[in-house]
Design a protein around this ligand. Structure first.
Ligand SMILES: CC(C)(COP(=O)(O)OP(=O)(O)OC[C@H]1O[C@@H](n2cnc3c(N)ncnc32)[C@H](O)[C@@H]1OP(=O)(O)O)[C@@H](O)C(=O)NCCC(=O)NCCS
Length: 232
């Protein structure tokens, strides 16, 4: 009988703690829950998002991990982030700075690097990477502006900036700065829309023809021709 009473008391305490936790999360993450409801047409209710959306759970864990990261408790911060990754499939480095109204839809496979900075009201889909390009140190991850949407599987790499209100298409690989109000698609990413107008500026500077190199090659060919004529 005493054991039963003790178990009942423990259950009541756990229930009270759970309700308290839910109330606190609802207050502190109200904007994020509302963002999820606004950005995911499949979200049916406040409580569905609160209890079942791993994008929100990953963010809650990240806020805790980031708190410890700022206190230089790096191991504890990383431990929280890794446990969260295990349950949500979303890996956010504790050092990443994330603004308000952030939402990760579906979530699985998202990776956000240590020096990434994310503005307010940003939406990421599953499989997005905000990563570095190599083994460089210092600020090596992207800075994402406000109201940016990054499509599923997109990779945004290096210390670049994605301007406010921009869209990164699904599976795009972005390695150059993106101006505000732009839509970028493809590999490497190219701008297809800016300020509401359709355009096609290639962000791929690797394959653009070099006019100076072209002139030098032309001169070389002419010199060869002249030398050939003189030797006859
Ligand atoms: C890029 C995106 C935002 C559309 O933007 P949009 O301005 O409406 O673009 P449009 O549909 O007018 O397409 C513009 C051009 O880009 C192309 N395009 C669109 N999305 C593309 C993509 N992800 N990759 C490559 N090309 C793409 C279109 O074919 C079109 O090409 P064209 O001009 O040669 O015909 C959208 O296609 C996208 O990728 N959203 C991501 C959504 C997502 O990840 N959802 C996951 C839900 S689980």
């Amino acid at each position: 009988m005493i054991i039963c009473l003790l178990l009942l008391k423990i259950l009541v305490v756990l229930l009270v703690l759970f309700v308290l936790k839910i109330i606190l999360i609802s207050i502190f993450f109200y904007r994020e829950i509302q963002a999820a409801r606004a950005k995911d047409p499949a979200a049916k209710s406040f409580f569905e998002v609160l209890l079942l959306y791993q994008g929100l759970h990953a963010l809650i864990s990240h806020r805790t991990a980031h708190f410890f990261y700022k206190l230089h408790l790096f191991f504890l911060a990383r431990l929280i982030s890794q446990i969260s990754r295990h349950f949500t499939g979303i890996e956010i480095h504790p050092g990443a700075k994330i603004g308000k109204g952030f939402f990760i839809d579906h979530g699985m496979g998202v990776v956000i690097g240590e020096t990434a900075i994310i503005g307010d009201s940003v939406l990421l889909y599953q499989g997005v990477t905000l990563g570095g390009t190599g083994l460089e140190k210092g600020k090596r991850h992207p800075t994402i502006g406000n109201n940016v949407v990054i499509g599923t599987g997109a990779k945004v790499l290096g210390n670049i900036t994605v301007g406010d209100n921009s869209y990164i298409g699904a599976n795009a690989v972005v390695i150059k700065d993106v101006p505000p109000n732009s839509t970028v698609v493809g590999v490497p990413g190219r701008i297809t829309k800016q300020d509401g107008k359709k355009i096609d500026i290639s962000l791929d500077h690797i394959h653009i023809l070099d006019p100076i190199m072209e002139s030098i090659q032309e001169l070389e060919e002419r010199v060869k021709k002249i030398e050939g004529l003189n030797s006859k």
